[in-house]
Write a protein that binds this ligand. Structure first.
Ligand code: PMP
Length: 424
């Protein structure tokens, strides 16, 4: 029974029910927040052993370096050896940095704008710069573009990756398109996983800009929510085999593995890109936080140590996703009033409500004490052309709070939909 098939009497009846449910919701005076994809306290507690590491007298790494001192721009070998297989890059092409991969993305953009990439004839900033932005996508990627005057071109996102036809046509024609954002595994917010076929197309397509770069942000590479533990693709190998070894910048971090904001971040690329990055980095810093590298290496121990820890994260957060999905199904499924993703990993559920109602839904929810990320925030310039997308981040609240919030949100979705349909 689709909402759009209901008679106006039935719609009015449904609206009356949802209005009553909404009034009850407001009366509860909730204070729930489903905005940011943050780990919950129980998840943070999984890594508490870090707080006592490396420990006094334990600050010399395997190569004999005292990590308390300056140096080692590429980062501690121990931590790079643990993460190289997880993100499927060669260890000597991996750089371990400080506490934020977003900061590395920021710097990479700034270096490219001011100095040019390893294959640029001129700095990107000597002319207009455009980026392809699969949308819905990660709002902070788009904020970086906006900050530096990079024009964003939205591209539709599907289950296996973005609209390849549109992308290949655009990059072939326009030399001002210098970059593209990709979250290849469990994309923020849709949970999409880029297939090998899509990846192959992206690394091999002809581009008008010789210095075109894919910003391959593998923030959720090991963040599985099911037994299907999709491994990271060898994107650097695929790019090299396609004759475009320098096309891809890879990023990752432990923000949602250990501590968000106090983890280790990573950059990887072709040998030329790594020496370009390290050359710029060496002007910016005398070395990364190697004490943090060492305590992470001692805590995580091996790639399997990371996999085990991620299964413990899954035990905490997968039930919250299941709960949220079950409530959406029960409250909205029968009306065909919305569609939503069923992610196999990552931190988000992407909800598409009736066209033209997302802003209203978020407003209704806010007035009932349920704070959602602003409608449109997953789109370049904050503009969702269909005003339908809402990002749900279920990891941080307690399970009972997730249920209450999704129940309330469902009421808002139905109320806004009936308002819109009855208004004609
Ligand atoms: N990339 C994506 C896709 C993310 O969702 C996030 C965290 N929300 C980040 C990067 C931020 O990573 P970091 O903490 O390493 O800066």
């Amino acid at each position: 029974m689709s909402l759009t098939d209901l008679s106006s009497e039935d719609l009015t009846q449904l609206q009356t029910e949802q209005r009553a449910a909404y009034d009850e919701l407001v009366a509860k005076g909730l204070g729930l927040d489903l905005t940011r994809g943050k780990p919950s306290q129980a998840q943070l507690d999984l890594s508490n052993a870090l707080l006592a590491l490396p420990g006094e007298g334990q600050t010399v790494d395997a190569a004999g370096t005292d990590v308390r001192n300056y140096g080692g721009t590429q980062g501690l070998p121990e931590i790079r050896e643990i993460f190289a297989p997880l993100i499927n890059v060669p260890v000597d092409q991996l750089v371990a940095g400080d506490n934020s991969s977003l900061a590395i993305m920021h710097d990479t953009i700034v270096y490219s704008l001011l100095k040019g990439t390893a294959s640029s004839e001129q700095p990107w900033g000597s002319g207009p710069v455009k980026f392809l932005c699969p949308a819905p996508g990660y709002d902070r990627h788009f904020a970086l573009c906006e900050q530096y005057g990079i024009e964003m071109i939205p591209v539709d996102m599907f289950d296996n990756g973005p609209d390849l036809d549109a992308i290949t046509r655009l990059v072939a024609d326009d030399p001002q398109i210098k970059g593209m954002w990709v979250v290849p595994t469990y994309a923020n917010p849709t949970g999409a996983v880029y297939t090998e076929q899509v990846t192959q197309a992206l690394v091999s397509m002809p581009t008008a800009a010789p210095d075109f770069r894919i910003f391959w942000d593998n923030a959720y590479a090991v963040h599985h929510l099911s037994d299907t533990e999709t491994p990271a693709l060898d994107v650097l190998g695929l790019a090299a085999a396609a004759g475009n070894p320098d096309r891809v910048f890879v990023f990752a971090s432990t923000s949602k593995i250990t501590y968000a904001g106090s983890g280790v971040s990573f950059f990887a690329g072709s040998p030329a890109n790594v020496s370009w990055y390290l050359g710029n980095l060496a002007k910016r810093t005398i070395g990364p936080d190697k004490v943090n590298h060492l305590r992470h290496a001692r805590f995580l121990q091996s790639p399997d140590g990371v996999r085990d820890l991620m299964r413990k994260h899954r035990e905490i957060i997968a039930p919250k996703f299941e709960q949220a999905l079950a409530i959406l199904d029960e409250r909205l499924g029968k009306y065909d009033a919305a569609t939503w993703t069923h992610p196999l990993g990552g931190y988000f559920i992407s909800l598409d409500v009736l066209d033209g109602t997302a802003t209203r839904v978020v407003q209704l929810a806010k007035e009932a004490g349920i704070v959602m990320t602003g409608a449109g925030s997953a789109y370049p310039y904050g503009k969702d052309p269909r005003d339908r997308n809402i990002r749900i981040a279920p990891t941080f609240p307690l399970p009972e709070e997730v249920s209450a919030a999704i129940e309330g949100l469902s009421t808002c979705v139905l109320l806004a939909a009936t308002e819109k349909l009855l208004a004609g």
